[in-house]
Design a protein around this ligand. Structure first.
Ligand code: KG4
Ligand code: ZN
Length: 343
């Protein structure tokens, strides 16, 4: 059977990203990032991101179609990130996708960015992962999810009460003068340091927290502890700080994710989102999941950070499971809840 071709458009933050899949096969994954334009501000500037999306959209679609060796009329459906994200940035994607869908006379799926992060694993591991626990760790979100059906049934077990995991990486990287985005920089710096050098706090892991907030995260105490350590230690070893900070985050994320697997009896864990690219998280997760008898899936490192393939993957799954396309014109929803997989 010939699988349908789906084009996915992602513009929720600073990446204009177009992915094309045929069924579960990745045909093209084009990413135009405006990250360098934001670097000097230490974070993403919404107006700059929106303008960059406008400029990059058409050339990126053209590149993706060429890379996939198809023509526009071969596309069977279009999927676009409808939220959550920066509203002006999302709108560029939604408007472009609507125009393309209308022009080609094809169905359009307005999908959830967070569900798309999880669903991209289907391009790496072809086994269905429902039900699974999903640890979603990105720059804007950190949540533990129970996924019974990635196309329609996601339950939030818990989330961060303050910073997202990626945000914590970015903030600590700034304190260590490692630049933006901080995650990859800390990952590299930590290779030369000891994860046991400094015993940084593990937020919400005291015994009463396991009773009241087993699946919530908090990284603000960790951030303060690192800042205080740097103030009080003039001759700090940067690689040790990076490795020990990273270890504290990785430890808490996996403690909670594996506790969720245990209490739900679901022996499958997907780790998704930008922070899932972290090499230490991937290594410790593999080790602990093996010991716990939990099947671990992490998308290929290049598919963890924002991309269009993840949006196309979710669109493809929606299409193949017979889910209806998004009806009529729709708006971007900057605060779309993770439980709402599509509009
Ligand atoms: O999923 P993503 O690309 O965008 C959002 O939806 O937020 O995640 C971006 C976040 C950034 O905070 C970045 O620092 C972090 O993912 N990140 C990493 C790594 N690569 C990206 N964090 C830790 N280690 C990495 N290797
Ligand atoms: Zn993301």
């Amino acid at each position: 059977m010939i699988q349908p071709i789906v084009l996915g458009i992602e513009t929720s933050c600073d990446e204009t990203a177009i992915g094309i899949v045929r069924g579960r096969t990745l045909l093209a994954n084009v990413i135009a990032s405006s990250v360098e334009e934001h670097a000097r501000f230490g974070g993403v500037v919404p107006e700059i991101a929106s303008r960059a999306h406008l400029e990059a959209m058409l050339p990126s679609i053209q590149r993706a179609v060429t890379e996939a060796k198809i023509s526009l009329k071969d596309i069977d459906a279009i999927a676009v990130t409808a939220g959550p994200g920066l509203v002006g940035a999302l709108l560029v994607g939604v408007a472009s996708a609507s125009g393309l869908a209308q022009g080609l006379g094809r169905p359009l799926y307005g999908v959830n960015h967070l569900a798309a992060h999880v669903s991209v694993d289907y391009l790496t591991h072809d086994k269905p992962t429902d039900p699974t626990i999903a640890l979603l760790v990105s720059g804007g979100h950190s949540s533990l999810l129970q996924v019974d059906d990635i196309t329609g049934s996601i339950t939030k077990l818990g989330a961060t009460m303050d910073d997202a995991a990626g945000e914590a990486f970015d903030k600590i990287a700034r304190l260590l003068a490692l630049g933006f985005p901080g995650g990859p920089a800390i990952d590299r710096e930590a290779q030369g340091g000891s994860p046991a050098a400094i015993d940084f706090p593990r937020g919400l892991t005291a015994s009463q927290d396991w009773q009241t907030r087993p699946y919530e995260f908090s990284f603000s105490g960790l951030k303060t502890a690192v800042a205080r350590y740097l103030e009080n230690t003039p001759k700090f070893v940067r690689a040790d700080v990076a490795a020990s900070f990273q270890e504290a985050i990785v430890d808490v994320l996996l403690l909670k994710a594996l506790a969720a697997c245990k209490s739900t009896g679901i022996n499958s864990l997907v780790i998704a989102g930008g922070v899932a690219a972290n090499s230490r998280l991937r290594a410790v997760a593999a080790d602990r999941c093996e010991k716990a008898g939990v099947e671990l899936r992490i998308p290929a490192a290049g598919l963890c950070t924002d991309n269009g393939a993840m949006v196309a993957a979710l669109g493809s799954l929606m299409l193949s499971s017979g889910r209806p396309a998004t009806h009529g014109a729709f708006d971007a929803d900057s605060s779309l809840k993770v439980e709402q997989v599509a509009l």
